[in-house]
Design a binder for this molecule. Sequence first.
Ligand SMILES: Nc1ncnc2c1ncn2[C@@H]1O[C@H](COP(=O)(O)OP(=O)(O)OP(=O)(O)O)[C@@H](O)[C@H]1O
Ligand SMILES: [Mg+2]
Length: 390
Amino acid sequence: MKITLVTPNEDNARTWGTALRGESAFDVTIVTTALPAANVLMNGMIPEMLLVETTTPKDFLALEALASAHPEIDYVVVGNEPSPDFLLRAMRAGVREVLPAPAAPADVLTALRRQARKRAQLDTTRPAQNSKVLAFVSCKGGSGATFVAANLSHLLTEGGQRNVALIDLNLQFGDAALFVSSETPLSNVADVARNIGRLDADLLRSSMSQVAPGLWVLAAPEDPARVADVTPEHVRQIIRQAREMFDFVVLDVGRSLSAVSLQALDNADEIFAVLQLTLPFIRDGKRLRNVFRSLDYPPQKIHWVVNRHEKDGQFTVDDLKKTLAIEHVITLPNHYEAVAASVNQGVPVERIAPRTTIAKALRDLAKEIAPAPVGKSRGWLTGLFHRSPQ
Ligand SMILES: Nc1ncnc2c1ncn2[C@@H]1O[C@H](COP(=O)(O)OP(=O)(O)OP(=O)(O)O)[C@@H](O)[C@H]1O
Ligand SMILES: [Mg+2]
């Protein structure tokens, strides 16, 4: 495991370095300088773990910037002032563990061993148990299907305890990767389709970008002209492979009903149809419900999500239930500031504004979707997750 140790303190660099180098599984690089001046990504070699000592607010700002650009690194921080505010900011930045300074070499080693163990558990070669495929479809453009799919994917990882694949099947104008990452993906669905003859776990994993612990994204093609390269059979095989590797496979199907998107819906265990409570959305929601009926999808496979819900709107949830003849509707509140900040920065809303109503509603929905841990009560939605794969 590649570990980079950054500290401006020479004694710590020496004693921590000696302790870490005694561990045969650790390949340690030591950088004796403050973080803003350190080239942590030594010659483009991104470490898997970064142990960093922050002694000034400037160091911490550099850490926040680095963590937001490289969420795939596990950060362990030694801080000289671990106040509640510092801890909260570190947690939001995605830091795995904070140790108060001065930290003994043995404590640093224990912390890194602990994180290394957790990281090893994220290996996607581990077969997924009871993998679920969830498809998100827009009743009409702009309903928020991508926002909801991307943010739920992030929440379903439970901070890296589960492996989740977010696959963008909105082939023409897909943008799902940008909702959870600011980096341009290296590979996409069309690249996998082109190599479908040798599709296996390694090919799929290397075509995906890990954007957060446990969260892997397969982006849509950059070039809309590449849509024709992807056939329904490719999509079926990609979903089947992803099902073997991930605990949850989240498909952003978009708004068009094509042979490819119908293949995705057929292969999903659950479909989330996202709409808003205005007449054009309700009208298209009814059309989509008719399509689902004509495809013989059982009603329990479909979940209706009213996004950007506002209580004083012209139409109520009951109006929608009556119009679509459905019993359950999931509502997610409108929250312009939090969602705009999240979407513009490519950071999940849970990371950027965890206390907002939209972050809380998404957390509640993720808890309903994810099977409840043993001994905990099951939510109403988990009871619906019983269908076997198609
Ligand atoms: N709950 C919400 N509150 C406020 N704004 C929201 C919310 N959900 C989504 N939005 C806004 O709506 C915009 C459209 O969302 P999104 O791109 O997810 O829709 P979509 O259904 O995927 O659209 P398309 O059909 O174009 O793929 C987002 O840029 C976001 O700013
Ligand atoms: Mg979309």
